[in-house]
Design a protein around this ligand. Structure first.
Ligand SMILES: *Cc1c(COP(=O)(O)O)cnc(C)c1O
Length: 496
């Protein structure tokens, strides 16, 4: 199994472990399989497997240069008893006409844990396989949750150092607190003036700066990425689409072969792309519903075929989805364009230089697996209230976006296919917003006191992972301008 760049020929291919280490292709593209795997999946048998067994199968399809023992160990280490639910990603009962796939039972309370509990193990084993003697510097831009989840996953992992860039004033209080309180001597955080797109753009530029890369090599360092641009982050996310399906089969909500819809709160397009890959592998999915907040570039894109980021960036109550440039869309387009890497390079260049592009009609026509919609902040709050009032089930603001858009879709289309909303974070990660949506007035104090206040109101126990934020701070906030990011990295790595 070989990987290639979405912007280059197949003359330069990499093994999966090389792709995991490198993270991003040197030409700015993303790694994708040269030949997409076509495993012979017997879904009736798959239903009988545990989450860990399913994850092991999925990893085996994509990471075939790792040994069977390595993959067994990776799965065991990733999905152990540090998850507060032994089904790992439980599907809720039917609440107000929808099922919720709860991806927030890991240590940092958001879906990023599913992949970021796996990626460090994929990385350390890849380092062994490739006999790399350099330190791997994980450079990450975060809209909030990737930062905390990658810090938690890579905490004190030998041979790695993590540098997280996040938008100053652009992440929620608990997300920030998680980054402060996460222990680990190899972890660094830096706030950047600007929004997530700025941080992500500069991180990508630094990645692709040949001089800087050279300077790092001299120092026995090498960059990699923990963003969903890394294939090692994307592939583990495929498992929960299969697992959600098999849970509904076990409960006899559906029978093997029946179709389901997934509604996915979307930012960088990593989560929903994993759903698309699951469908490509043969999972009976009808529609993948791309749900955005008011940064709704993708809603317009799926309706018109034009990607246009020439609009205001909104900082919203769903910060992890405040993104205008969704990196992983490139992988979908590459697939829909039959691997036409020249077209993809041209479109991505145009996005950089002109801030928009129009998809050729024949590529656009291949996107019919998707539906799209968005929710405003008022609609998010109203959705949190609607579902709680109907069924006493609390949604976080991101999940509420998925829930609202799914509900609208059902009303507009009459599509009665069972609907699974991907629940990407615990309501306790955004207690200020959830409390306010339910009560119509603000919490007394943001951050830790808000967790207590929400707990009292909901009368449920917060996930175990919340405990970390009540511990001591291990680092403080440093703010830099985008132009200072490179110097900051040199500083942290002692390059000068
Ligand atoms: C990251 C994140 C999203 C968006 O996922 P993408 O893979 O970036 O599309 C949605 N909700 C939460 C809570 C997240 O942390």
């Amino acid at each position: 199994m070989q990987y290639r760049s979405t912007r280059g020929t197949t003359d330069q291919t990499l093994s999966s472990s090389q792709a995991v280490i490198q993270g991003l292709a040197n030409d700015g593209g993303l790694f994708v399989p040269v030949d997409f795997p076509k495993p012979n999946i017997n879904l009736s048998e798959f239903v009988k497997l545990t989450y860990q067994e399913q994850a092991r199968q999925v990893l085996g399809w994509f990471f075939d240069d790792y040994s069977a023992e390595q993959l067994d160990q990776i799965v065991a280490a990733a999905y152990g008893d540090h998850w507060d639910d032994q089904t790992i990603t439980p599907v809720s009962d039917d609440h107000a006409g929808q099922y919720y796939l709860e991806l927030f039972h890991g240590p940092t309370l958001a879906f990023k844990d599913v992949a970021l509990q796996t990626l460090p193990h994929l990385m350390t084993n890849a380092i062994k396989l490739e006999k790399v003697d350099r330190k791997i510097v994980i450079l990450t831009a975060t809209s909030g949750d990737t930062g905390t989840a990658s810090m938690c996953g890579f905490q004190d992992v030998d041979g790695t150092q993590v540098i997280v860039f996040y938008p100053h004033n652009g992440v929620a209080p608990i997300q920030l607190k998680q980054m402060f309180t996460q222990p680990g001597d190899n972890l660094n955080i830096v706030a950047v003036e600007g929004n997530f797109d700025d941080a992500q753009t500069y991180v990508k530029q630094i990645f692709n700066d040949p001089d800087f890369r050279e300077q790092l090599l001299i120092h026995h360092d090498q960059f990699s990425s923990a963003n969903s641009m890394n294939i090692g982050r994307l592939i583990p996310q495929i498992t929960y689409y299969f697992n959600a399906y098999t849970q509904l089969v076990q409960r006899e909500v559906i029978q093997v072969g029946d179709k389901v819809n997934f509604s996915v709160p979307t930012g960088n397009f990593g989560d929903i792309l994993a759903g698309y890959y699951a469908k490509k592998l043969g999972l009976p999915i009808n529609k993948l519903i791309c749900a955005s907040d008011s940064n709704n570039v993708l809603t317009d894109f799926f309706k018109t075929g034009e990607y246009d980021k020439r609009r205001d960036f909104n900082v919203t109550i769903s910060p992890s989805m405040d993104i205008l440039v969704s990196s992983n869309l490139e992988r979908l387009l590459f697939d829909a364009a039959d691997q036409d890497y020249e077209l993809i390079s041209q479109l991505m260049d145009q996005l950089t230089t002109e801030s928009h592009y129009q998809l050729p009609a024949k590529v656009y026509d291949r996107l019919s697996d998707f539906a799209a919609g968005f929710a405003s902040e008022d609609e998010i709050r109203a959705e949190i209230k609607r579902v709680f009032t109907a069924d006493h089930y609390a949604l976080d603001p991101h999940t509420a976006v998925g829930s609202y858009v799914a509900h609208q879709y059902q009303k507009e289309t009459g599509d009665s296919t069972p609907m699974i909303v991907v629940a990407t974070a615990s309501p306790y990660k955004f207690p200020e917003t959830v409390y306010q949506a339910l009560n119509d007035h603000e919490v007394e104090e943001a951050g830790l006191p808000a967790i207590k206040q929400l707990e009292k109101y909901l009368q449920t126990t917060p996930p175990a992972g919340i405990q970390t934020v009540f511990g001591p701070d291990h680092r403080t906030e440093t703010v830099v301008k985008p132009a200072e990011m490179k110097a900051k990295i040199s500083d942290i790595l002692d390059l000068n």
